[in-house]
Design a protein around this ligand. Structure first.
Ligand code: FES
Length: 59
């Protein structure tokens, strides 16, 4: 996976930033939203962010 790829364009949040948030203790989409701001504006990225959270919490 490209960790520098932007997943949330509204907040300019990358895959790596989602990973960091999960590693820092965020376990749900809501917690990652709080930590990174991803998915808090237009919501178009929500499904992708959700998938990333699921993937990283399994790692
Ligand atoms: S692209 Fe993530 S909130 Fe708009």
């Amino acid at each position: 996976m490209d960790l520098d790829k932007v997943v949330c364009f509204c907040q300019n949040v990358t895959n790596g930033m989602i990973k960091d948030a999960v590693e820092a203790g965020a376990k749900t989409f809501e917690e990652v939203q709080e930590a990174t701001g991803a998915g808090t504006v237009c919501g178009a990225c929500a499904e992708n962010v959700q998938h990333l959270v699921e993937q990283f919490t399994k790692e």
